[in-house]
Design a protein around this ligand. Structure first.
Ligand SMILES: Cc1ncc(COP(=O)(O)O)c(C=O)c1O
Length: 358
């Protein structure tokens, strides 16, 4: 018997989601695969998405990993080059680059006439993270349009609250972006905007989380958008014990059994990336039944109450999130119960988790 903590990555679901998003997008998709493809394994994801038009990543190293697998696909550096040497790596490897600040424009001025690069110029329409203000953006457009080294100029901005269905900030940001970006190729929408938006302005929608079959929208699950979870996380029961009414379970004795209970100890904990801070309604699934998590999450183990589930034995499989046969446990639910977002859960799995690609 092994601990059995395993993330199964369903590449068929990945392709399904890609098709769904393609049908929603007004034009083409940039597939955002930073942070090891949102914790799914960059290499395998790239190899599977061999028809993609364009990938986007945060770092030069991530871009190089893609380039080694795919010598021709378009790759955007979302934070751009951060030094002259990174700029030259970008040019040599035919990476597109975001430009979001003056220092990057200055670095472009050092290029020789034979250098060529595609630029995604970033406007800060309200996120207040990366990007130029309106005046500097307009000046930069003028400059880059006349620059021989710039092959193609795309104008982009990033949305702050497209995941919040009650917010009208996306409308405000879109309006600001359109006012300043006439007659150019545009890129604005992320997953949330693509899944909920109408009349999208994008030539290039930039999608990450939805590609992996997870909903970024508050109160919505992937199934609401016909998306399928790419990752399923499972573990095994490693011990079973009886606990009497009145006894406590786990560190700091945060849980007291109300009744005589049957408890299973399962082989996953915060050392594998499961969140430590979960609320009392958190649960896993075993034998098609919800089994509540009882007591605090340990580094390597979690206790679950299986009093209501019959015939469980050591070695039985436990669904942590995703789907297996007829069992479904959306990662969005785990995120709610852990007061976090699915992005974090996917990215924080540790190297102790085994990955299996199917
Ligand atoms: C600039 C930019 N565009 C697009 C995305 C994709 O966002 P999502 O994963 O919500 O689709 C990200 C992700 O963080 C991003 O930083």
């Amino acid at each position: 018997m092994s601990r059995g903590t395993q993330a199964t990555i369903n590449l068929k679901h990945l392709k399904h989601n890609y098709k769904v998003l393609q049908t929603l997008a007004p034009n083409k998709l940039v597939l955002v695969v930073k942070a090891d493809a949102y914790g799914h394994g960059l290499k395998q994801i790239i190899q599977t998405l061999d028809e993609a038009d364009c990938f986007a990543v945060a770092t030069i190293e991530e871009a190089m990993t893609i380039r080694r697998i795919n010598p021709t696909v378009r790759i955007v550096l979302l934070e751009g080059f951060l030094s002259l040497s990174e700029l030259h790596i970008a040019i040599d490897n035919k990476f597109d680059s975001v430009i979001h600040q003056q220092q990057q424009l200055d670095m472009l001025d050092t290029l020789t006439l034979s250098n060529r690069i595609n630029i995604w110029l970033k406007y800060d329409s309200g996120m207040n993270r990366l990007g130029f203000n309106a005046k500097d953006f307009t000046t930069a457009i003028g400059k880059l349009e006349n620059k021989q080294q710039v092959n193609e100029l795309i104008l982009m901005s990033h949305l702050a609250s497209a995941n919040l269905t009650q917010s009208d900030f996306t409308k405000q940001q879109t309006k600001k972006f359109l006012e300043i970006s006439n007659n150019h190729t545009l890129s604005l929408s992320n997953s949330s905007a693509l899944l909920t938006g109408k009349n999208l302005v994008d030539e290039w929608c930039r999608v990450g989380l939805s590609l992996f079959g997870v909903s970024p929208i508050e109160g919505k699950k992937s199934v609401d958008f016909n998306l399928k979870p790419v990752m399923t996380l499972k573990t095994n029961v490693i011990a079973i014990k009886k606990v009497s009414a009145g006894e406590t379970i786990g560190y700091s004795q945060t849980y007291t059994a109300k009744f005589d209970s049957q408890i299973a100890i399962i082989g996953i904990g915060y050392g594998d990336g499961y969140p430590w801070a979960i609320n009392p309604s958190a649960y896993v699934k075993i034998d098609n039944t919800d089994a509540p998590i009882v007591g605090s999450v340990s580094m390597d183990m979690i206790a679950i109450d299986i009093t209501e589930v019959k015939n469980i034995t050591v070695g039985d499989s436990v669904l942590i999130w995703g789907e297996e046969d007829t069992m479904h446990l959306p990662i969005e639910t785990i995120a709610e119960n852990a007061n976090t977002i699915p992005y974090v859960l996917l990215c924080q799995l540790t190297s102790r988790v085994h990955y299996k690609y199917v």
